[in-house]
Design a protein around this ligand. Structure first.
Ligand code: GDP
Length: 468
């Protein structure tokens, strides 16, 4: 039987080679979103569900059996770190489940799917192999696109004006005041400024500001400590050559040409389909300023998908384009399903402005709310004669089970966004604050992927057309 197996395999291999010229061999799916949006959990659960085709009724190719096999393969890009799928799945599926480590840099994973096309014509052709290359990268890196059009003095002026009155920027602004920017560059002075600016950026993110460029300051990847990441905004001065100011200016330019451009050229420009994950509930809970700021950051991120608007992008895209973009509000398992339509509505409204400005250069787009890993169950409780639609889960900090009612999202997203928004109103109850759920213990049977909400719909929109 080993011989027979071997023969079948080589026949399959020949079949693949024969049909190969008629179909693009691979499909690149970009997964992005600002830090903690849910990228790692999304990819881990998507891959686990694809490999087992367990809970994917909404993915046509899985439901009708067209996908005959799915397996991991070495990725084609030798110098990109591999997405650590096994470690992440291990964390989620251990006896004491933990959330996996979040995305801090770019990584990649290849899932190959053997697909037998269905239908009258499908039966005539042999199975085809679709290589799905999933590319995980921080959304913060996309925000850097805006830097390409700016000089150091322009960027500095904008940043300094924006943060002038922010309490979190006080220490950094003091460091700027103390710095002798016209003196000859001393590395410790440059490092002190970069460190203070990075600390400010981290605090700003915690406070709900999303305008946090340069993106690598928050997520440096393997560039941590390099000169290209050791600069900070300074007020414009007439400084001599080799001064602190002029060196900062040079490093800013190096950041643009050696860090930002290569990322867009080598990775971003090759993406065929894209999902942008958004922790909309987190921002809503932080309040109106955070929502507004996130909307602006999203508009900036979306700018990267309109290559016509940017000379550098047009040049590297060479007429190619991202075919489909999905905008997904993550962690929808924090809400009872009766509130999911509101969350989707908010997601739609968040991207509307950017979408109206240009139809993403012809890409098909969709907005949805989902949970890549469902950590809760629904429960309706009686409260003062009123029934409350709650979610129940295990709390991360205490390990205790509890049911929560996080409050109502507004029916009309305009109450959250735009000029008609409800002043400083808090939109999600205080309860939302304590709703940090641990992943539940999963007793996955063979052929059963992790539980989720609409992950299969997300997959159908993004890659379904290539899997039937
Ligand atoms: P990344 O920074 O974009 O890679 O974000 P992660 O995937 O690491 O997710 C950040 C955190 O969000 C996780 O540690 C979880 O606490 C939470 N999270 C992500 N996805 C889900 C989900 O589907 N449901 C719930 N309840 N929490 C999630």
């Amino acid at each position: 039987s080993t011989l027979a197996d071997g023969l079948t395999r080589s026949v399959e291999a020949v079949g693949d080679t024969l049909t190969a010229p008629f179909q693009p061999a691979s499909l690149r799916l970009g997964v992005t979103g600002l830090s903690r949006a849910g990228k790692t959990v999304f990819i881990t659960s998507l891959v686990a569900n694809l490999l087992d085709r367990g809970r994917m009724p909404g993915l046509q190719g899985a439901a009708n059996g067209a996908i005959q096999a799915a397996y991991l393969q070495p990725q084609p890009d030798d110098t990109v770190p591999r997405f650590d799928y096994e470690a992440h799945l291990g964390a989620l599926t251990s006896a004491a489940p933990k959330w996996p480590d979040s995305t801090s840099s770019i990584s990649q994973l290849r899932v190959s799917l053997k697909v037998q096309p269905r239908g009258l014509l499908g039966g005539l052709s042999g199975p085809k192999t679709v290589h799905l290359d999933i590319v995980d990268y921080p959304g913060e890196w996309l925000l850097d696109l805006a830097l390409l059009d700016k000089s150091y003095s322009q960027w500095s002026a904008e940043v300094l004006e924006r943060i002038e009155n922010r309490a979190s920027a006080e220490a950094f602004l003091q460091t700027v005041l103390n710095a002798d920017v016209t003196a000859k560059i001393q590395e410790p002075a440059a490092q002190a400024l970069a460190r203070a600016f990075t600390q400010y950026l981290h605090q700003a993110r915690k406070d709900g500001f999303y305008d946090c460029t340069p993106g690598r300051f928050i997520l440096p990847g393997d560039l941590a400590g390099s000169p290209a990441l050791t600069f900070a905004p300074l007020p414009k001065t007439d400084a001599p050559r080799r001064s602190l100011y002029r060196e900062m200016e040079r490093r800013f330019e190096a950041y643009k040409s050696r860090v930002v451009k290569p990322f867009f050229r080598d990775h971003f420009a090759k993406i065929d389909r894209q999902v942008v994950l958004v922790d909309a509930l987190g921002a809503i809970h932080k309040g109106p300023q955070a929502v507004e700021d996130m909307r602006t950051a999203l508009a900036d991120i979306l700018g990267a998908f309109r290559p016509g608007k940017n000379a550098f992008l047009s040049q590297i895209f060479l007429g190619k384009r991202v075919e489909k973009i999905l905008f997904a509000a993550t962690k929808a398992d924090h809400l009872h399903h009766t509130q999911h339509p509101q969350l989707t509505g908010i997601m739609q409204a968040l991207i509307r402005e950017a979408r109206d400005r240009a139809q993403f250069a012809g890409a098909t787009t969709q907005a949805m709310s989902m949970a890549a890993l469902r950590a809760t169950v629904e429960q309706t409780l009686d409260h003062d004669g009123r029934s409350l639609n709650c979610v129940r889960g295990t709390l991360l900090n205490t390990g205790k089970e509890a049911a929560f009612y996080p409050g109502d999202l507004p029916e009309d997203p305009n109450h959250l966004l735009g000029p008609a928004r409800d002043g400083a109103a808090a939109w999600l109850d205080q309860d939302y604050q304590v709703m940090s759920f641990a992943p539940s213990v999963l007793n996955l049977q063979p052929g059963n992927g992790p539980p989720h909400i609409r992950l299969d719909r997300a997959a159908e929109f993004l890659i379904g057309d290539r899997l039937t």
